[in-house]
Design a protein around this ligand. Sequence first.
Ligand code: FRU
Length: 474
Amino acid sequence: MTYKEKHRPQFHFTPEKNWINDPNGLVYHEGEYHLFYQCNPYSNEHKDMHWGHAISADLYHWEEQDIALAPDELGTIFSGSAVVDKNNTSGLFKSDLGGLVAIFTHDGENQQQSIAYSEDKGRTWKKYDGNPVIPNTEIIDFRDPKVFWHEDNQQWVMSLACGDHIQFYSSANLIEWTYLSSFGKEYPSYIGVWECPDLICLPVENKAKKEWVLIVSINADGPNGGSAVYYFTGNFDGRTFHPNEKPEDALNWADAGKDFYASVSWNNTEDTYWIGWMNNWQYAGVVPVSPWRSSMSIVRKLSLYEHAGKYLLKQQPIIADDNKKSVSYQNVEVAPDTLKNYEINNIAEIDLKLSEESGASIWGVTFHTNQDESFRLLIDIEKNNYTFYRTEGITDFSTDFPEKVTGSLNGLSVQTLRAVVDTSSLELFLNEGLSVMTDLIYPRGEITRFDVFTEKEKLKIDNLTYTKLNSIWI
Ligand code: FRU
């Protein structure tokens, strides 16, 4: 497959055509990473939801498969997860070796949870005869089951989004579910509708311990408008999630950008990886691309890092491109009245490592296109924030799109910057992924150059590397 349309991402997953949104059913099984996702196989709009499917061996090169789950009399197929039922706890498999079970929301008259199973490594699926496994006639928003195997208690645990809170359920067999507890009602409900939860246990890199993290996507009222993802750290005792922070301190954004949503992690992996839908419900239906609409983010490896009494989520991109070509420059100095210019292309990664004695307090990089457009990232250590300006290029399809997008530096001065650029997106990882921002851009031209600038003190860079990446579609 070679996809060359304007603005088509070259190393982020997109379907050949039509609409996609949330990643679903992320699971590793017999050498394959499965990426299922919300899709409409018939058009470029959000309706008639099915589960689409792609497979990868390295979380980077994806191959689209046939549709996995289609609507039925209980409704269309909304978001959910998948697990490897290794010991055939469900009894759905002929062999004791089990297989894959998908747990998803049927969106019909009501939102209810159902399951399906696959005996052929995710290629084809049978829906369970007794669906729904968690019926519902009362709650309006009742969706997006994320299930994992809780080793300590030897049971399946489900997190479910219920409007303004998360409910937890447990099960021995993925079929009969028992309500355990709720979390979130005491947290500020001015923040949108809660969706796509995920409960994960992550290593704290600088503490040799693990902490639980509850991920919640919220639609509306994100830090820069619209959809966004936040997280709570705490402890999960098998029944209840106990947050570390009081409600008023608990708002931690996973990604400050406008275009990272519904992110969830892979099941059945040693390290924890996640992926998000690279879009925002504010304008997802009108982004100027075709015949596909929307892509996934780059996959990121997750961990935690303790800083100033808080556990910060750390995300590092997975770029498994064996043929990439890098050029490095050492000991680069930039003075306030000069710019350092570098030629790049629009499928690229840029890494900057600052010298420890670099005192620059306001600095950044600007990406330029061959049609005189620019996209600027400004890092302001004094204000403890960074801002990406995507006010140029094609922006007129939505008044919510042309923005100054701002994120927090979490009280850290910036030592490293990694920018992942792919045709129509920019993912920024500051300080090895302790501050992350994902934004779509729609340049009319192609990115051909970037410059590094400083507004006050001299900027000292130990190492600057530009890496030219390849298309995964060829
Ligand atoms: C999140 C979401 C989910 C829902 C799905 C429907 O983006 O709204 O809550 O299951 O999308 O496509």
